[in-house]
Design a protein around this ligand. Structure first.
Ligand code: BV8
Length: 242
């Protein structure tokens, strides 16, 4: 399928869900999970670092990895794909729901409303262990990571780590939107991580994949656009010429 023929499907669809992964942000300059890790982290797979066990075992190493990613994300901008989704939602309120695995906040920065962020936000920290009165009473001691001066409770990134449950409400809203959709676009994901990938298997309408490479979800696709997010979405979501 070409981006232009996907546009024909978009124009007749009433309730569209777009599920995105790291590939959505690749053209903004954010490395995908499959892209090789760099520097200190090159000997670890992301799945190894993004766990509570890894954080408790070496808080500094994992904190620095998130700090590096935060700095990288803060330096980039949403790409033409992010902007096309936000513009479409502005033209057609309530017709498109963005469900993302990305923690980078680029959909939100592009102006997409009510983004369902399944895996949290890398810029929001929280306490590792349930906060005690001391934790809330004073500013955390600076450090990698910051900690409570009284009980040494650690601050951790506000993302969903492997082995952790997704935010229940966000997941339920995503499942409902997917069940009720009449078109689902799956953009820039390898389809390996669950339950996010499982959403594409619950779609109420046809699934169209946008990915330059094969993915684990190709089997559920009614059509596949072998293109990139920033190239395909502006064409597929282009306003109807009057
Ligand atoms: C849980 C936040 C239980 C952190 C992330 C069923 C089967 C098998 C395994 C499981 C299963 N159910 C659960 C599991 C275990 C696990 C899992 O899925 N493991 C995988 C590795 C096999 N899932 C979990 O642990 C989940 N939790 O199950 O909890 C539970 C339940 C109740 C109570 C207690 C516990 C939690 C999963 C969430 C983990 N957190 N992120 C952080 O970011 O640091 S996941 C993280 O990795 C991302 O968010 C994303 O989801 C995933 C990476 O995948 P993609 O986004 O797809 O990126 P990837 O690099 O893989 O691929 C990029 C794609 O883009 C490629 O296809 C490429 O071709 C394409 N591309 C490249 N450039 C472009 C492009 N496409 C378009 N345009 C381009 N320019």
């Amino acid at each position: 399928m070409t981006p232009r023929s996907l546009r024909d499907w978009v124009q007749v669809a009433r309730r569209i869900v777009v599920l995105t992964g790291a590939g959505m942000s690749a053209e903004s300059g954010v490395p995908t999970f499959r892209d090789a890790q760099t520097g200190l982290w090159s000997k670890f797979r992301p799945e190894q670092l993004a766990t509570e066990q890894a954080f408790r075992a070496d808080p500094g190493l994992v904190w620095d990895w998130y700090e590096l990613r935060r700095q990288m994300i803060a330096r980039v901008e949403p790409n033409a794909g992010h902007l096309a989704l936000a513009a479409f939602a502005a033209r057609h309120p309530g017709r498109l729901t963005v469900v993302t695995q990305n923690v980078d906040g680029l959909h939100q920065r592009a102006g997409s409303p009510d983004v369902l962020a399944l895996h949290g936000n890398i810029f929001e920290d929280r306490w590792l262990d349930p906060a005690r009165p001391c934790c809330l009473a004073q500013t955390p001691l600076p450090g990698r990571p910051p900690r409570c001066a009284a009980c040494a409770n650690l601050r951790r990134p506000g993302v969903v780590w492997f082995g952790e449950a997704l935010p229940v409400q966000v997941l339920e809203q995503a499942e409902q939107a997917v069940r009720e959709c009449d078109l689902m676009l799956v953009v820039g994901t390898s389809g390996v991580v669950y339950p996010a990938a499982g959403l594409a298997r619950q779609a109420g309408g046809p699934v169209v994949i946008v990915n330059p490479q094969p993915s684990e979800l190709d089997d559920v696709a009614r059509a596949i656009v072998r293109s990139t997010a920033a190239h395909c979405l502006p064409v597929a979501l282009e306003p109807q010429s009057t």
